[in-house]
Design a protein around this ligand. Structure first.
Ligand code: G3H
Ligand code: 13P
Ligand code: ZN
Length: 269
């Protein structure tokens, strides 16, 4: 694995973004790994609390053994306190601890605890100030206090970005993003990037975004691929290919991988 801190610094100085891609099974794990290899780019291989429950932390850890000497950064996404500690103990490279729904004071206090423990173990930490809702935009002054008092390595912000597909193409609050960037020296993270157009992504990178999270678009690509395959091939007991799991999951893995490659190229890493 690459040293996460160095990769983030490189992206910050050279003004590109590292993609963070959510995985939930072996095929999506392989797709992100292959895309990183194909593009020779660093990636955050992102596992949420829910995906950890689904896959099992021990299984993820065992899969990650094979990632040494690759450019894959094993990352916890929107982690609980319990999972942040567990992932640090299991050898993750990076954890996001998300206490953004608590008061600023509590968010700072708990995040600082995670940062102290993570840094002792050479793990980087992402925190979040503001919540991904219309009325949850990040306050630049609060972001400044949070970054200074916690010592996080990455800071996720809310500037009009939302999780899931957008009903209407959002206009991100770039003025706010610049105000945050002026007072926060920590590299910034954009969540909810599925469905944002290329121009918006490029502008976000120019405005200081260094890590970009994508989940929904990848799930869509994977599921669409399975559905298309099953629609094209009706099940037939005397045709093994029509119900060979590897056929439809293999196609889905390819679609997921192509999407990750496209995003990595867009992020210019
Ligand atoms: O931002 C949340 C991620 O998309 C993870 O979602 O909890 O369904 O895995 P999940
Ligand atoms: P999307 O599902 O909207 O791409 O958001 C992903 C994300 O922010 C993961 O933390
Ligand atoms: Zn997110």
């Amino acid at each position: 694995m690459v040293e996460a801190k160095k990769e983030v610094k490189k992206a910050f100085l050279n003004k590109y973004a590292i993609g963070s891609f959510n995985i939930c099974n072996l095929e999506t794990f392989q797709a992100v790994f292959n895309a990183s290899k194909e593009t020779n780019s660093p990636v955050f291989l992102s596992t949420s609390n829910t995906s950890i429950d689904y896959m099992g932390l021990e299984n993820i850890k065992n899969l990650a053994e094979g990632l040494k000497r690759t450019k894959v950064i094993l990352h916890l996404d929107h982690g609980s306190y319990k999972n942040a500690v567990a992932c640090i103990n299991k050898g993750y490279d990076s954890v996001m601890f998300d206490a953004s729904r608590l008061s600023l004071k509590k968010n700072i206090m708990l995040t600082k605890k995670v940062v102290d423990y993570a840094h002792e173990n050479n793990v980087i930490v992402e925190g979040e100030v503001g919540v991904l809702e219309k009325d949850g935009l990040t306050n630049p002054g609060e972001a400044e206090d949070f970054a200074e008092q916690t010592g996080v390595d990455l800071l996720a912000v809310s500037v009009g970005n939302l999780h899931g597909y957008y009903k209407y193409m959002p206009v991100l609050d770039f003025k706010r993003l610049l105000e945050i960037k002026q007072v926060v020296k920590t590299p910034l993270v954009l969540h909810g990037a599925s469905g944002l157009n290329d121009e918006t992504i490029k502008t976000a990178i120019r405005h200081g975004i260094v890590k970009i999270n994508i989940d929904t678009e990848l799930r869509w690509a994977f599921t669409k691929s399975v559905r298309d395959f099953l629609r094209r091939n009706s099940m037939n007991k005397f045709n093994n290919k029509s119900f060979d799991i590897r056929n439809y999951l293999g196609e889905a893995r390819k679609s997921f991988e192509r999407k990750v490659v496209d995003k990595i190229r867009l992020f210019q890493s």
